[in-house]
Design a protein around this ligand. Structure first.
Ligand code: SAM
Length: 177
């Protein structure tokens, strides 16, 4: 499953787009794709998180969003566009969870082109209030994976957290930096 982030503006969206990428990685996506532009700061933050905590994901940038969606579908995948104008998440999540098709989850920034509404297999609302692509993606993935994504530990991590009631406990593998 990949996440496609539309309309990133390097001058304004660095932090939000980085958070979309980190949520994608932390909650089970295999790839993060930035439409239209590349932004080293997003890539560097994602790589830094994966280097420390494991779970590297595929990264692409500067792609043509229309072509990406078309070729995803042509290769047998399905496209889920998260939008406040869509259908209730609860209506589609059962079908999506049981479908073996690779999923492309599309999130916008400012106004999203009609193309994505028309070409997505599902336009899904996480409630019908405007909020955030970070929140929409996190909630969608949580529903899709039924909460299991919160218990992910990566075997290639340099460091893993030992949950503790107070303070911070980290287990290091190999050389601590
Ligand atoms: N009015 C904008 C639009 O045309 O969609 C809202 C933009 S919002 C700041 C950025 C992105 O967050 C949206 O493109 C969508 O992917 C996601 N988003 C925000 N609220 C959402 C909701 N209630 N349900 C699903 N996705 C949402």
């Amino acid at each position: 499953m990949y996440v496609l982030r539309l309309g990133h503006r390097p001058t304004r969206d660095k932090r939000v787009t980085t958070h979309v990428a980190l949520v994608a990685r932390a909650f089970g996506a295999n790839g993060f794709v930035l439409e239209g532009v590349c932004d080293d700061s997003v890539y560097n933050s994602l790589t830094k998180a994966s280097n420390m905590w494991g779970g590297a994901i595929h990264y692409e940038c500067g792609v043509n969003g229309h072509e990406y969606v078309k070729s995803w579908k042509a290769n047998g995948g399905e496209v889920v566009h998260l939008t406040m104008y869509g259908m209730p998440v609860d209506d589609a999540i059962g079908k999506l969870s049981s479908s073996p098709k690779p999923k492309l989850i599309v999130v916008g920034s400012q106004k999203v082109e009609a193309f994505y509404y028309m070409n997505a297999d599902y336009n899904i609302a996480i409630g019908w209030q405007p909020h955030s692509e970070v929140a929409a993606l996190a909630l969608f993935l949580d529903r899709l994976f039924k909460g299991r994504e919160l218990y992910t530990y990566y075997t290639d991590a340099k460091a893993s957290i030992i949950p503790t009631r107070r303070g911070k406990r980290v287990e290091w593998r190999g050389q601590r930096k």
